[in-house]
Design a protein around this ligand. Sequence first.
Ligand code: FES
Length: 323
Amino acid sequence: MMGATQHIAARVARLEAAGDGILRLVLVPAGGECFPAWEPGAHVDLILPGTGRDGEPLIRQYSLCGDPADLTEYRFGILREPDGRGGSAWIHDRLQVGDEIAVSAPRNHFPFTPGEKTLFIAGGIGITPVLPMAHRAQAEGRDWQLIVAARNRGRLPFLAELAALPQDRIRCHCDDEAGMLDLPKLLSFLGAQTTVYSCGPGPLLDALQKLNEGAPWQLRIERFSAAPQAPASANRPFDVICRASGKRLHVPADMSLLQVLRQAGIKVESSCRDGVCGTCETRVLAGTPDHRDSVLSAEEREEGDYMMVCVSRACGDVLELDI
Ligand code: FES
């Protein structure tokens, strides 16, 4: 079985406009084989040549938005992010059809479990993980609705892909025409049988999480950027025991666990270093993690079996990791 850290050579088959500042990127396996299987909600790392503005390798996470049954290609939506770390700009400005890059095997921290009723809410490019979910819901004859919100019509992404879905289940909302989406009103009608799946900008997801407090409906979200975290002054030192490496290390308040592990020569895969991508997920053998990531669900946090070592710390004095 292919591990999540193995890389696969891929060739750019198509690169075309899919909305204002949005590219549709289609990769095919460079060796002519099929890509690894994936499920709606999954993402992969794109490993791009060179380094970003921060001097770090250009490894970026993008949701798979094509058809999980077609493993001859991986399809993505790439929004140019002027204030980003340089990955999307590199793809927009330098990547060309025929180029080869590498991709990781798929990971899924936003799995879709169809329930009685599903409301998808996609903010802009947040449509990418939601598209395969909507197709899955339709194929299984589920009761679903999709709201796609964007600043204006030009920013509504993947209109061609949306056109392939039943239009009576889709509502496109443009802020410049209809004002901001009235989430309290929209969600006030939902009951316990509905699960809301949402991906989009932080303020949209923050608002949904707030409205979900005490509400009967369920909420599943995926973030592009980190959720608000405890201030750095809340950090406290702790020790980490690395069982596989046979080391005990001290993590001072002003360093992350990932920094300490790297300094000690312990290899941990990482990418965003912001608690968003899930690349640095590490198994916890003992101790209670102080979870500060935006990846794990409330249930996964409660179980305490895994943690993101780039941002999360320890509740007590010692953590033991399977590393
Ligand atoms: S490196 Fe992305 S979650 Fe830790």
